[in-house]
Design a binder for this molecule. Structure first.
Ligand code: GTP
Length: 604
């Protein structure tokens, strides 16, 4: 199929607006899969996607469709719907010339619709606007279209009105894709091969399977390809299209999207963003992708230390499939050996840890998340430990002595919140409370307002979204994009038990929050530390100054009290049981603290 009759496009939408359902219908209409009841989100392959109903990894399908008597090749490049995966969204968009912007007729434009629109708009992509779910009783497509016109400046007469569920008008989406999205005309078939790897997965038998967008030339079985990044070469065994199962083809030409098998053993050998070319031909590599940087860190520990090897292999398997997760070994006196993992965002962390539980089949402890702070150090050149004058702080253990810090910085995000008018005041108050600055408020129609605000990421990662939802009875939507770093004031909040600092309980906090967070942590500890033979003082301090305190009262726990004069073997048994209990505890300042206490306090 010639380039003029090839289209590469993605569907972008807010979560639950029906992207996967529309993809299923497109697959059916084009005869890629046969219609039937069973076609529920065919492209959502992973178990967690099916369970949570969200798309995590981008999946792709090639469709053949006849329009005005001519056959077209339409490459549908599926993108994940959520903000945390905007790295994968922008990656997928790089292989496209246009997008289908899908909006629920009932819910209207939501925060992710706006964020995704900006991603597509700034990438200069053609936009096909679609309103979905017109079959719903409360559907108000005119209102959704008015919002789209206002925010995205689209032509209201060109918006397709469909029901992806029933299949109504879905054909009109294909027509618009063909008529309004340009072919990949920058591709040249008579030039030497250049193929961009934009996704990959691992197959137990075939190794790493890259998904490529062929930009120039062609690729066929028998070719010897070279990775621009590693310089390693491979013989291609098979090329093909995803329909959506792997379907072998004789070749892949410029403008097409497909997979290849080449006995590539590990994901690191063929990384996303790499350019493949034919051995012996020299080409300029294509612009790759900026690596996604983890923005949310958390410790992951097995419930039981004997499970360390199992958890390690589960983490290794999963990171093979998701290279955006960063992994570092970490150990804690209270929780034992574990890992510090870095994620792109909170949902990414949830999805990954859920997949980990499923893979590994046992409980893991995930500690409360933190964000990467930075500090500028005075005269760092003279201090051996610091190589540059700026350091990154990924946890309390790395917190430097404030005496040598000239400036602290924290990661910021630009948040988009869309809320019904009635909750506008409450939303503004929440944003302020979370140290945010509102930069704009726009009416998107006479009932809804869009608020844009810069906020510290650290304030967003702890239950901001949950609070926003409960404040607005579930009506507000939220999304964010990266907004760089800003100067801030940070403190290390140290927790002391009977005067002794407990490293694993300490936290990095904004200085203005130290006291209130200190109080909350002390109260939580006082509830969960079991009473001892003596009283325990729990204190929170910053730089030696005590900010909060709670106490656990003494308890005279004499297990033998009940069996005075009784028989000796019963006494021995009780003492033995008590000793066993002790072994599971950690001793700090003479206080026995069960592992569960740490788990309870450190867990999210
Ligand atoms: P993510 O992959 O998580 O971003 O969600 P999605 O946008 O792919 O949404 P999905 O296709 O999973 O649809 C969400 C829900 O809306 C499902 O329960 C669908 O059955 C339903 N739905 C999708 N399209 C329609 C439609 O046209 N009409 C009605 N009534 N329901 C629809």
């Amino acid at each position: 199929i010639p380039l003029e009759r090839t289209r590469n496009f993605s569907i972008i939408a807010h979560i639950d607006h029906g992207k996967s359902t529309l993809a299923d219908r497109l697959l059916e209409i084009t005869g890629t899969i046969s219609p039937g009841e069973g076609n529920k989100q065919v492209l959502d392959r992973l178990q967690v996607e099916q369970e949570r109903g969200i798309t995590v990894k981008a999946q792709t399908a090639s469709l053949f469709y006849t329009h005005n008597g001519e056959e077209y090749l339409l490459n549908l490049i599926d993108t994940p719907g959520h903000v945390d995966f905007s790295y994968e969204v922008s990656r997928s968009l790089q292989a496209c010339q246009g997008v289908v912007l899908l909006v629920d007729a009932n819910k209207g434009v939501q925060a992710q619709t706006v964020a995704n629109f900006f991603l597509a708009f700034t990438s200069d992509l053609a936009i096909v606007s679609v309103v979905n779910k017109i079959d719903l009783k409360n559907a108000d497509p005119d209102r959704a279209i008015a919002q789209m016109q206002r925010l995205f400046d689209c032509d209201p007469d060109k918006v397709c009105r469909i029901s992806a569920k029933l299949g109504t008008n879905v054909q009109s989406v294909l027509t618009a894709v063909i008529e309004d999205i340009p072919p990949p005309s920058q591709c040249r078939r008579d030039e030497p091969l250049r193929a961009l790897i934009f996704d990959s997965w691992f197959d137990r038998y075939k190794g790493c399977v890259p998904l490529v967008a062929v930009v120039d030339g062609q690729l066929a079985a028998g070719d010897v390809i070279v990775s621009s990044q590693s310089g390693q070469s491979y013989e291609v065994r098979e090329v093909g299209l995803l329909r959506p199962q792997e379907t072998p083809a004789t070749q892949l030409c410029a403008g097409q999207v497909g997979y290849l098998h080449a006995n590539i053993r590990t994901a690191t050998e063929a990384q996303v963003g790499d350019t493949l070319y034919l051995k012996g031909q020299s080409v300029t590599p294509l612009a790759g992708f900026r690596r996604a940087k983890p923005m949310v860190y958390a410790g992951v520990y097995p419930m039981d230390q004997s499970q360390v090897p199992n958890l390690r292999s589960a983490i290794e398997r999963l990171t093979l499939n998701d290279s955006s997760v960063s992994v570092q070994v970490e150990s804690s006196a209270a929780l034992g050996q574990g890992w510090r993992l870095g994620f792109l965002g909170l949902l990414h962390m949830d999805v990954f840890t859920q997949r980990l539980q499923q893979e590994y089949d046992s409980e893991v402890v995930v500690t409360s998340p933190s964000v990467p702070y930075k500090a500028k150090i005075f005269g760092a050149k003279n201090i051996k430990k610091y190589r540059g004058d700026e350091i990154e702080i990924n946890g309390p253990a790395q917190f430097p002595d404030v005496m040598i810090v000239s400036e602290f910085m924290e990661p910021m995000v630009m948040g988009t919140i869309i809320t019904p008018d009635a909750y506008f005041g409450a939303v503004q108050a929440l944003v302020m409370e979370r140290r945010g600055h509102q930069s704009e408020a726009t009416n998107i129609d006479n009932e809804r307002i869009m608020v844009r605000a810069t906020m510290p990421l650290s304030e967003v990662v702890v239950d901001f979204y949950d609070e926003l939802k409960s404040l607005t009875s579930g009506y507000a939507s939220f999304d964010y994009e990266d907004a760089g770093y800003e100067t801030t004031n940070l403190s290390k909040l140290v927790i002391l038990l009977n005067g002794e600092p407990v490293e694993e309980l300490s936290l990095i906090v904004h200085t203005s929050r130290a006291r209130s967070i200190g109080r909350a942590v002390c109260a939580r500890l006082a509830e969960s530390i079991p009473r001892q033979m003596f009283s325990v003082a729990i204190q929170a301090a910053v730089g030696g100054k005590i900010l909060a305190r709670a106490d656990v009262k003494a308890l005279k726990k004499d297990v033998l009290a009940k069996c005075y004069g009784g028989d000796i073997s019963r006494k021995m048994k009780l003492l033995k049981r008590q000793a066993e209990g002790k072994r599971r505890m950690k001793r700090i300042a003479n206080i026995d603290i069960p592992r569960e206490t740490f788990v309870k306090v450190l867990k999210r």
